[in-house]
Ligand binder design. Structure first.
Ligand code: GUN
Ligand code: ZN
Length: 424
């Protein structure tokens, strides 16, 4: 057993934040050698029970759950900051040509290493990641994540039409490859597999139906895709699948809406779509820096809450502009605050933070496993320095309560705030 002493942030089951200014986190290895939380709370109340155990003391620091990124493309690390007139030109001009390079396994391995270094530097300990359509790109990411003992979920992109040579796959082979990758990687150490149709416009009905059949055979496997991000994309999807009630309905009709299914964006849904998300247990990966960068629109937090659908935060690198959860939480605040297309609201800092930790884990069906530091959780955590920069120090010094402390870090924090990232 090992004890850590510093300020400590975690979340109750109802999503409210729990904070100990002088906190104790105790961890011990489980039977697989993964460190798990055995106790968390006020130092004064708990220390006597664990007398004699080694202690790491981090005065002036904050231990918080490692961040969970609900949607990110590892092959788009080098696509960040590519300007275009919206999603479809961005895909065609930059993203598809770049992703074709991942046919080379050595290139994919190099990017995977940089990508996982960058997640760690930013305090992200779990991600749900797209690879490319090349099976070797999944092997590259998974092998590297396994070596780092990460809880990471990823999958091979399915895209068998309306895609250029170099990234387009073949219907039959893509489904065979997907199932082989599930057998190779799902449940190996802490890794998970996600069935990954890119989005409805780049898959034939046969490929989507095949993906749905695989999803039914493997209920523990995740599903990830994109939906209702951009108005041109939506028009295209509706033309290609006129029999479905809506764009989201295309996925429902193919058996791709269920628990453990994560749909990026979900901006332009209607209330029937949101009810379908709730009924099926699918969740939205809200990707605010991407949505602002590509001009896609604003996720409707109030409507999502009214519908009771699950959601969490995501970077969506490389449509998204930053690996930093602080940048993503701040952008989520801007999106909530936006008051021109609907009444603006001020998302509470604790709620922004929850969306990127325990809330994102819950969307993945991993509540009590990652994204939190309650007893039983795997001990993936970050050590934050609220005085990492002069302005951050000045601002956090003046914070009167937890909300003010967290908001100062959301607005002013970045990778410099993340002093260490500890993997269970
Ligand atoms: N829709 C289909 N592919 C993509 C992608 O790579 N990024 C984003 N943001 N949306 C998509
Ligand atoms: Zn995406």
């Amino acid at each position: 057993m090992h004890l850590y002493r510093s300020a400590l942030l975690r979340f109750a089951d109802d999503g409210s934040a729990l904070y100990d200014e002088d906190g104790l986190l105790a961890t011990a290895p489980d039977e697989r050698g993964v460190q798990r939380v055995v106790a968390a709370g006020p130092w004064q109340a708990l220390a006597a029970r664990h007398a004699g155990q080694p202690v790491t003391h981090w005065p002036g620091r904050l231990i918080a759950p490692g961040f969970v990124d609900l949607h990110i493309h590892f092959p788009q690390t080098d696509v960040i900051g590519s300007p275009a007139d919206g999603l479809l030109p961005w895909l065609e001009t930059y993203t598809f040509p770049h992703e074709s390079r991942f046919a080379d396994p050595a290139y994919a391995a190099g990017v995977a290493r940089f990508f996982l270094d960058e997640l760690a530097r930013n305090g992200v300990t779990t991600a749900l990641a797209f690879a490319t359509s090349h099976p070797g790109s999944v092997d590259a990411l998974m092998a590297e994540a396994r070596a780092r003992r990460l809880r990471l979920i990823g999958g091979k992109v399915l895209q068998d039409r309306h895609s250029p040579d170099g990234v387009r796959d073949q219907t039959e082979q893509s489904l065979i490859d997907t199932e082989a990758l599930i057998h190779r990687w799902h449940g190996v150490d802490r890794l998970g597999y996600a069935i990954t149709p890119r989005f409805a416009p780049t898959s034939t009905p046969a490929q989507l139906a095949g993906a749905g059949e695989i999803a039914a055979r493997h209920p523990g496997v995740w599903i990830q895709s994109h939906v209702a991000e951009n108005v041109d994309e939506i028009r295209w999807a509706r033309e290609l699948f006129p029999a479905s009630r809506s764009y989201l309905g295309v996925y429902g009709d193919c058996g791709l809406l269920r628990e453990r299914a994560i749909y990026a964006h979900c901006i332009h849904l209607d209330d029937a779509d949101r009810a379908l998300m709730r009924e099926t247990g699918a969740a939205a990966a809200v990707s605010p820096t991407s949505n602002l960068f590509l001009g896609s629109g604003f996720f409707d937090y109030a409507a999502a809450e009214r519908a009771g659908m699950a959601y969490g935060l995501a970077s969506d690198v490389g449509g998204g502009t930053s690996f930093s959860p602080f940048r993503t939480m701040l952008a989520a605040y801007y999106v909530g605050r936006e008051g021109q297309t609907r009444p603006g609201l001020s998302l509470a800092p604790e709620h922004l933070w929850w969306q990127h930790t325990a809330g994102a884990a819950q969307a993945l069906g991993l509540q009590g496993v990652v994204g939190n530091l309650q007893p039983g959780c795997e001990a993936d955590f970050v050590v934050l320095n609220p005085r990492a920069t002069p302005l951050l120090a000045r601002r956090t010094q003046a914070a009167q309560n937890l909300a003010e402390l967290l908001f100062a870090m959301i607005v002013l924090g970045d990778d410099r705030t993340v002093e260490r990232t500890v993997i269970a």
